[in-house]
Design a protein around this ligand. Structure first.
Ligand SMILES: Nc1nc2c(c(=O)[nH]1)N[C@H]1C(S)=C(S)[C@@H](COP(=O)(O)O)O[C@H]1N2
Ligand SMILES: [Mo]
Length: 326
């Protein structure tokens, strides 16, 4: 029995998602005209793309030199990455966050660091922006629902912050707590998840250099619907591990519960590593649709172990039974 169903909600399945993506693709083609669309489909790669959308404040980052940090796949169009979102605090439809997050107040903003650290405290967003040099990292992000995007994020390794707060020997896990404000977030009226949205990582996952504390995308500050003013991006895990609009980071000795585990423990485990060999109980995880590629060529991509980051992160899970610890 699925708790999500008890809550009157079932996470979207890949078959629910495709028609919307096809519709979006058609609309884009109409808007762009054939020639421009062809150039978009075949003419660029990740390293050629430089133009920023010009909608929000610039937030440049130096191209990352970290192995695996710049995937060569063509980046998803900004228009898609900023309008096809999961951010349940603003509603469960993909179009809800772009519509309802507009009014989210991202200043003033602080992040509390608590628990097993020698330097707990409250960090202001302006201080966090200056804590380490900003890098641009082009990551795949794959949602557990079976779609993926390629996004040029701007931020720095979460490890930079972790190092400065000095975890004690008891810190084994990190819990991430995101904003839950009923006055600003209409989705909190729904019981689809327990609020606030909480996520977690093992300390060694949190300090892996690919785990990105993220402040921007496409050379600008994050749009609210993508998790402004700061979020996590953990590229080798399903998208829901990447909590948006963080307000608290807590270092703990025991594995913390996460919102998705609490909602449906048989569907969502703590680790949630992208794994084409471990299906979701209601659908296969072997393939994925890249948003923006649907429709025209109707190409399905094979999902890669650890979302393609196996050379960098595989060692973290050596000796684990990833079917049991999914
Ligand atoms: N606070 C919060 N963070 C969240 C979510 C959410 O509902 N609330 N959804 C997650 C899911 S399911 C995905 S796939 C990614 C989507 O990030 P994007 O919209 O920037 O692509 O955000 C994750 N972070
Ligand atoms: Mo997701």
């Amino acid at each position: 029995m699925h708790l999500l169903r008890d809550r009157g909600f079932r996470h979207a399945t890949p078959s629910d998602i495709t028609p919307r993506a096809v519709y979006r693709q058609r609309r884009q083609l109409l808007a762009l005209g054939g020639a421009a669309a062809l150039a978009g489909a075949f003419g660029t790669n990740a390293h050629a793309q430089a133009a920023r959308p010009g909608k929000l404040a610039a937030l440049p980052g130096t191209r990352s030199a970290l192995p695996g940090a710049l995937v060569m796949d063509k980046p998803t169009a900004y228009a898609d990455a900023s309008t096809y979102n999961n951010f349940y605090e603003f509603g469960t439809e993909k179009s809800d966050p772009a519509r309802h997050a507009r009014s989210l107040k991202t200043r003033p903003w602080t992040v509390a660091v608590e628990g097993e650290v020698k330097k707990p405290g409250t960090y202001d967003i302006e201080a966090l922006l200056k804590l380490a040099p900003m890098e641009e990292r082009i990551y795949r992000l794959r949602c557990v629902e079976g779609w993926s995007m390629v996004i040029p994020w701007v931020g720095y390794s979460l490890a930079e912050l972790v190092r400065r707060v000095e975890p004690t020997g008891n810190a084994k896990f990190v819990q991430f707590v995101t904003l839950a404000d009923r006055r600003q977030m209409p989705g909190l009226a729904s019981s689809v998840l327990d609020w606030p949205y909480v996520e977690g990582l093992r300390l060694d996952e949190a300090t892996h250099p690919l785990a990105l504390l993220t402040f921007g995308m496409y050379g600008e500050v994050l749009p609210n619907q993508n998790g402004a003013p700061l979020r996590l991006v953990v590229p080798w895990k399903y998208g829901f591990k990447s909590g948006k609009s963080l307000v608290k980071i807590r270092f703990v000795d025991k594995q913390p519960k996460t919102s998705w585990e609490l909602a449906a423990p048989d569907e969502y485990g703590f680790y949630s590593n992208v794994n084409p060999q471990v299906d979701h109980p209601r659908w296969s995880q072997a393939t994925e649709r890249r948003i923006g590629e649907d429709g025209l060529l109707a190409r399905k991509r094979a999902t890669l172990m650890f979302n393609g980051y196996e050379p960098q992160v595989g060692q973290l899970y050596a000796g684990m039974d990833l079917r049991r610890q999914f």
